[in-house]
Ligand binder design. Structure first.
Ligand SMILES: [Zn+2]
Length: 144
């Protein structure tokens, strides 16, 4: 695949971070996506992965995905017609700076083919060699 950085979207320096933290991108998820900093918590990784989706930063998504569950190719940069609208963190369990595992429940809103959708997921993360990695997610039934 010749994706490389051609399909990647750019972001102006002082823009508010897509993850909804209220901080500027460079002071929030940009530190992990564009910089060398590693997220301290599972929630920080979750937020930065959401932001990476909004920016179609596939290499970052791949590098933060656990090897056991990582897809060979995501193709977010070219094929995904999704427009991400917002992220809301609902509930976190463990996933702190001293934990090895954690879960983050969230609702992500996006639009696909003009249709607005809410994705409710509880994501599972593990920390290996000081790095938080996304493992997999469950999709809780709404109204349960
Ligand atoms: Zn952020």
């Amino acid at each position: 695949m010749g994706l490389e950085s051609d399909g990647r979207k750019t972001m102006s320096e002082s823009k508010e971070c897509p993850c909804g933290s209220g901080k500027e991108y460079v002071a929030c998820c940009g530190r992990y996506i564009d910089g060398d900093l590693l997220p301290d918590t599972a929630e920080q990784l979750m937020r930065s992965r959401y932001t990476a989706y909004t920016l179609a930063r596939e290499p970052y998504l791949q590098s933060t995905w656990h090897a056991s569950t990582r897809p060979v190719e995501l193709g977010v940069a070219v094929t995904d017609p999704v427009k991400w609208l917002g992220l809301e963190i609902r509930r976190t369990q463990a996933g702190g700076a001293n934990d090895r595992e954690g879960t983050v429940g969230f609702v992500a809103r996006y639009k696909r083919d003009g249709k607005a959708t809410r994705l409710h997921e509880v994501s599972r993360f593990v920390r290996e060699d000081g790095r938080w990695l996304y493992v997999d997610g469950e999709f809780p039934q709404t109204g349960k």
